[in-house]
Design a protein around this ligand. Structure first.
Ligand code: AMP
Length: 186
């Protein structure tokens, strides 16, 4: 199974992604986590990416497409995967289509999780108290929301027009939201 999780920062994509991956025994691929690992080991990609991440901006499309192109060729993803935080722009979505076509992977669904912005900002402020993430500061949080609406939200129509979009309310108890996601996937 091949899935995409789409939604604004703080909506709980990571939490739900882990639960859905356990359920279907597929690999969780979070580009945010991949980039944070690159930053931690101070690789070239990591050093470049940090400049964007710390400002709440998107890392350039070509960097992300290279990462995904390599990662999807790996043996461990052949049983299926859930992309969390990728694609985030139309060029990334178009690039992903091409990569998946070459690998004969077919996308089952794009799950869009939603919540209102005040709820999201509050969740991120709470998360910042324990995450230690450099992009969880308040002004950067607002910037990341803005980037989502400007650059990532157009993907909703992109996948809707292909009949692949499943919209799920991301407010409520964690287990209840997981149930809602499972319902749209079955
Ligand atoms: P996340 O953990 O998904 O919230 O990602 C944290 C940050 O990593 C984002 O604010 C971006 O700066 C960067 N990032 C993660 N995924 C992507 C992507 N697909 N395209 C561009 N930048 C990304």
């Amino acid at each position: 199974m091949h899935l995409i999780f789409l939604g604004p920062p703080g909506v709980g994509k990571g939490t739900q992604a882990k639960r859905i991956c356990d359920r279907f025994d597929i690999i969780h691929l979070s580009t945010g986590e991949i980039l944070r690992t690159e930053i931690a080991v101070q690789s070239n990609i990591g050093n470049q990416a940090k400049l964007f991440i710390d400002k709440g901006k998107l890392v350039p499309d070509n960097v992300l497409l290279d990462i995904i192109d390599n990662r999807l060729k790996n043996n461990d993803v052949q049983k299926g995967y859930l992309l969390d935080g990728f694609p985030r722009t139309i060029p990334q979505a178009e690039g992903l289509e091409k990569i998946m076509k070459e690998l004969s992977h077919s996308l089952k669904a794009t799950v869009s999780l939603s919540a209102n912005e005040d709820e999201l900002v509050q969740r991120l402020i709470n998360r910042s108290l324990e995450s230690g993430r450099s992009d969880d500061a308040q002004d950067i949080i607002r910037q990341r929301q803005k980037v989502f609406w400007e650059q990532t939200a157009p993907l909703l129509d992109f996948y809707r027009s292909k009949n692949l979009l499943k919209e799920v309310n991301g407010v409520g108890e964690i287990s209840k939201i997981t149930e809602r996601i499972l319902e749209v996937l079955i």
